[in-house]
Design a protein around this ligand. Structure first.
Ligand code: AMP
Ligand code: MN
Ligand code: MN
Length: 325
């Protein structure tokens, strides 16, 4: 898959300088990159003397609440109307992925988009570069273009964005640039150990008990090329979790020798199933996820299927039969 670049940090920075009164938003099911990029960009806007607010469709997951400024993120659309003029949409490739926040786009005079996903469909002005390890990397480029440096608050936020979207500096997007930026951010006050502990440790024991149950569902199919895990509502019963808590479970399906595609099927309310896709280099799962109405990156993608998990498993495995099995 070829690198796709639309726009530039300079172009987006010029637009940001020209306008004011921003509402910053990112994709549903917030992750480390979406939260980190929001807070990192807020740091830049502050330094540029701009007025801004941040909104999220859902609560900030507990693992990211250690980030300074995360408590200022508003949840939902209440009170937003009339309190901004322009929108900056981060780490999101299509309006639909803003969830309940989608209506804010219609109210904005200008919508600026900064993103690194495949198949980005936002209109310009935007800066999209699919080879960036995280949207946080693109925000860092905006700082460079402005001749500014993140404060300690921005450094922690952007480091979190890069640490999480590179899978703790392990995925194929862990480039020299990613590591260089991370090192710069450490120089500016990011704390690798502390931030690792906040995001990946300090878990409730129930999360590990749940992992044991979920691992029981692990199956290897398609001559060992595909591994999948299932989390249904029955398994989840009694576990007070948010979506982010089970985000890393898929790594157990990925770590099996010979596996090319790892899948995690998680039942969400309303009888739909969220499917996470991960692949080895050379296998493009963003295309597969897009065939199910989703999208993402070449080696990490997602989609939602309007069916219970067992039926979703059948649909996906049937689809993969002619493609990889
Ligand atoms: P996840 O499996 O949720 O960690 O998602 C992996 C990647 O795919 C992330 O970059 C997501 O932004 C993207 N993604 C997940 N679900 C969807 C979806 N329904 N539509 C488009 N992209 C998605
Ligand atoms: Mn994200
Ligand atoms: Mn991202």
């Amino acid at each position: 898959m070829e690198e796709m670049v639309v726009g530039s940090p300079e172009l987006v920075l010029a637009k940001i300088r020209e306008l004011d009164d921003y509402l910053l938003v990112a994709h549903i099911h917030p992750d480390g990159d979406s939260i980190g990029s929001l807070l990192g960009l807020a740091d830049l806007l502050e330094q540029l003397g701009k007025r801004w607010i941040i909104a999220s469709a859902e609560e900030v997951p507990s693992s990211y609440r250690f980030l300074p400024g995360s408590e200022e993120i508003r949840v939902g659309t209440e009170g937003l109307s009339g309190s901004f003029r322009n929108v900056i949409a981060l780490d999101v490739s299509e309006a639909l992925r803003l969830g309940d926040l989608q209506p804010v786009l219609a109210e904005a005079q200008v919508v600026i988009n900064i993103d690194h996903h495949q198949g980005n469909s936002f209109p310009e002005p935007k800066y999209v570069r699919t080879s960036a390890c995280a949207t946080g990397e693109l925000i860092y480029e905006l700082f460079l273009a402005a001749g500014l440096k993140p404060t300690v608050v921005g450094a922690k936020a952007l480091y979190t964005a890069i640490m999480t979207d590179t899978g703790r500096f392990s995925h194929a997007n862990t480039t020299q640039t990613a590591l260089k930026i991370a090192a710069e951010l450490v120089g500016l006050g990011a704390d690798p150990h502390h931030q690792y502990v906040e995001v990946y440790e300090r878990k409730d024991i129930r999360l590990l008990k749940l992992l044991a149950k979920v691992l029981d569902s692990l199956r290897l199919v398609c001559d060992g090329k595909v591994a999948y895990l299932v989390i249904d509502q029955e398994t989840l019963a009694g576990f007070p979790l948010d979506m982010g808590d089970t985000e890393n479970y898929i790594s157990y399906a990925q770590m099996i020798d010979g596996v090319q595609i790892a899948l995690l099927f998680r039942e969400v309310e309303g009888g739909t199933t969220k499917v996470s896709w991960r692949s080895v280099p050379g296998v493009d799962v963003s295309r597969y996820a897009r065939d199910f109405g989703g999208g993402g990156h070449v080696n990490a993608a997602g989609c939602e299927i309007a069916a219970k998990p067992q039926e979703a498993v059948q649909k996906v495995l049937e689809y993969l039969q002619s493609r990889i099995c």
